[in-house]
Design a protein around this ligand. Structure first.
Ligand code: CU
Ligand code: ZN
Length: 207
């Protein structure tokens, strides 16, 4: 088989052996070429790891809607095939009460009242329900329950959710915490105003 000498390689050899032999025209592009090669060398392994969808966790950082003081985090991680564990930590809610908690359709939190996030994420066009019912909106994650200080810790493991695969993925959508309990009623559980919101993105594995 005929060997082809790639220009990139011959330039590198010239560089280390006899820089003076490089034609003037080539010398002027060498700094740019060097930077490009450096960038390739340093960025490729990192971006490969970051782009890998397997073993990736997602996070939404909750910020309060207008007039509220609810903060928190929601982490989504794949704990088994098709099983997603959702871990919620929230502060600043009414004490000793239940608060509807959903994935909403859009990752658009531009409106101060959270309504730009749209309705419950419902790619299969099911009716609303609490997680005890298998057939429900993908976004239906039940209720957070606060202690006497208005703090809630909540975990739920679901099997009807896609984190990053196909058109039904939750990445890029949002999570919403509501002022009142989700009672499972139609169409969206009567959970009232939106008190906190956050966009679902890729979690930094080092944090
Ligand atoms: Cu909601
Ligand atoms: Zn729903």
């Amino acid at each position: 088989m005929k060997k082809i000498a790639f220009p990139k390689i011959s330039i590198l050899q010239n560089l280390s052996l006899a820089p003076a032999a490089i034609p003037m025209r080539l010398r002027s592009i060498l700094p740019a070429l060097g930077i490009a090669l450096l960038l390739t060398a340093f960025s490729t392994p990192a971006s490969k790891a970051d782009d890998k969808m397997e073993n990736m966790s997602l996070i939404a950082v909750l910020t309060p809607t207008e007039g509220n003081k609810v903060f928190g985090t929601v982490v989504f991680e794949e704990v088994a095939d098709d099983k997603i564990k959702v871990t919620v930590n929230v502060t600043g809610l009414e004490p000793n009460s239940k608060h509807g908690f959903h994935v909403h359709q859009y990752g658009d939190i531009t409106k101060p009242d959270g309504t730009s996030a749209g309705g419950h994420f419902n790619p299969k066009n099911h009716d609303h329900a609490l997680p005890a019912k298998e057939v429900r909106h993908v976004g239906d994650l039940g209720n957070l329950e606060t202690d006497a200080t208005g703090t809630a810790q909540y975990t739920i493991t679901v099997d009807n959710m896609e984190m990053t695969d196909n058109g039904e993925a939750i990445i890029g959508r949002s999570v919403i915490v509501h002022a009142k309990a989700d009672d499972g009623g139609q169409p969206t559980g009567n959970a009232g105003d939106r008190v906190a919101m956050g966009v679902i993105g890729v979690k930094n594995p080092g944090k």
